[in-house]
Design a protein around this ligand. Structure first.
Ligand code: FDA
Length: 462
């Protein structure tokens, strides 16, 4: 077995791990990034499918995501705006498509007023939440013990208003049914983006894309860290750590892959929390840590791309933006790449709807998804030239999408503990972020925070 020594080992070459590695290296530390997959980027992945470039994972950048925007500047990457000229489409419970402009669905005066009122109530609560410590809100325990569904039922008798408010957090963000997570978890999701109103405003939350794809962020970081310091195809199997050696002491931790033994002063486990338990720890992690890890899980969403000879919806005066909690594809957008003549739509099938279509044969799943796109854009949507479903749940080193959230009551019970190191081991990913929670912005913030914590602990800094 090959033996290597470094100051810090990083498990996972996603945006979090590579940000941490880059910052540590800039501060003079030696690092080694061990990545299970044969590629860099984790949940960021830009690839050609049947000749068409698709962003299989994360892609959008919003104006509040300043850590990501600064990183794009630092790496010299350009952005462009999502196409948004023209009218949006909303499909009502009876299946009728309605065109509209602005953020509020054309759901009738009473329901529209109720939507505005609920958004106001949520904005008020979100303003009181610190995304770095939602468990410290005076009513955190009460908010964490009620599901988002039940809370909405207590707030409003208007089912269509409730269904649409739930969509912004459940289908569109946490990708779990609204009955399976708490009001506090919903408030954290909104607080991490600045307000609930930001989640409703597609022009804000899905503002820009990166020319050539967002995976370039981890790819460029990987280049800076150096190919010799980022080893692919090396799943970490075991972490041996000492309860007595001070973190930062050479050899405080031993990280093992099938072929390598790396000793270091610190290790950063930069993988989503649902994968912590795929690594063996010796000694075992403390008991509450082992409990904590069983209360966070990834959501489930299928990201669907469909490409057509032209963006035909633009000619019909449509922006491509479409929503409906009553459709299999609950939201869809114009996702045409920068400078391309062909038109691409992207749609999302979330949580229990995704479960249902994953039980079907692939051709039937495709037929139902395209039929749902046709409900928004008309029959031309039924015949794409290229079609692709991102299937992150089938990926061994992710197992869901977009990210992880706590079960009911988990945030107040274990939220603070998830941020604490265990001896020389630190855990972090976008799933543990405050601002930018579940997003690349959050991954960059967490990576930078973990690097800063290690530097603050290292002897040279004292
Ligand atoms: P990430 O999961 O990317 O990285 C972890 C790495 O660890 C992976 O490379 C994995 O292979 C590796 N690993 C796991 N176990 C290991 C082991 N035992 N040993 C070694 N390596 C191991 N965000 C956004 O800002 N805008 C958006 O539009 C979207 N949209 C979106 C769509 C889809 C379909 C997905 C799946 C995700 C998004 N996101 C997003 C979320 C965003 O992609 C995500 O939050 C970050 O990329 C996560 O980066 P991390 O580095 O934290 O984890």
């Amino acid at each position: 077995m090959e033996k290597i020594e470094r100051d810090v080992v990083i498990v996972g070459a996603g945006a979090t791990g590579l940000t941490a590695a880059h910052r540590l290296q800039q501060a003079g530390k030696s690092v080694l990034v061990l990545e299970a997959r044969d590629r860099i980027g984790g949940r960021l992945w830009t690839d050609h499918i049947d000749g068409q470039l698709y962003e299989i994972g994360g892609q959008w950048v919003s104006p509040d995501q300043t850590a990501l925007i600064d990183m794009l500047d630092e790496l010299g990457l350009d952005t462009y705006s999502r196409y948004r000229e023209g009218e949006s489409v909303y499909v009502s419970p009876d299946g009728t498509a309605h065109r509209f402009t602005g953020d509020i669905f054309p759901a009738g005066a009473t329901t529209e007023a109720e939507l505005e009122r609920l958004i106001g109530v949520l904005d008020g609560l979100v303003a009181e939440i610190d995304p770095a410590a939602p468990w410290e809100h005076p009513r955190a325990s009460e908010f964490d013990h009620i599901s988002f569904t039940l809370w909405l039922e207590q707030q409003s008798d208007d089912a269509e208003a409730r269904d649409n408010i739930a969509l912004f957090i459940a289908d569109a963000m946490l990708t779990k049914p609204a009955h399976s997570f708490s009001l506090l978890q919903a408030l954290l999701m909104a607080a991490s983006a600045g307000s609930f109103s930001h989640l409703v405003d597609a022009d804000f939350i899905l503002d820009k894309r990166v020319v050539g794809g967002l995976q370039q962020v981890p790819l460029a970081l990987g280049e800076r860290v150096g190919a010799e310091n980022v080893l692919l195809g090396r799943p970490v199997r075991r972490i041996e750590w000492s309860e007595t050696a001070a973190p930062g002491t050479p050899g405080a931790v031993r990280v093992l892959t099938d072929e390598l033994e790396v000793t270091a002063g610190h290790v950063i486990v930069a993988v989503p929390p649902n994968l912590y338990n795929r690594i063996e720890y010796a000694p075992n992690l403390p008991r509450l840590r082992q409990q904590l890890q069983q209360h966070q899980s990834l959501g489930l969403v299928i990201k669907v791309h469909a490409t057509y000879p032209t963006p035909f919806w633009r000619a019909a005066g449509l922006s491509g933006t479409a929503f409906s909690p009553y459709q299999l594809v609950h939201e869809a957008y114009d996702n045409t790449n920068f400078g391309e003549e062909q038109g691409t739509l992207v749609g999302f099938v979330s949580d229990e709807k995704a479960d249902a279509v994953f039980r079907l044969p692939a051709e039937e799943r495709k037929r139902r998804i395209l039929t749902s796109l046709a409900a928004y854009y008309g029959p031309e949507a039924l015949s794409p030239t290229v079609y692709y479903e991102s299937d992150w749940a089938a990926e061994e080193w992710t197992q869901g999408a977009y990210a992880a959230s706590f079960d009911l009551g988990g945030l107040t019970r274990y939220g603070a503990l998830q941020l604490e190191p265990v001896g020389p081991i630190r855990f972090g990913s976008s799933d543990l972020a405050a601002e930018g929670y579940q997003h690349v912005d959050g991954a960059i913030r967490v990576g930078a925070r973990l690097a800063a914590e290690i530097l603050a602990e290292s002897p040279a800094a004292q």
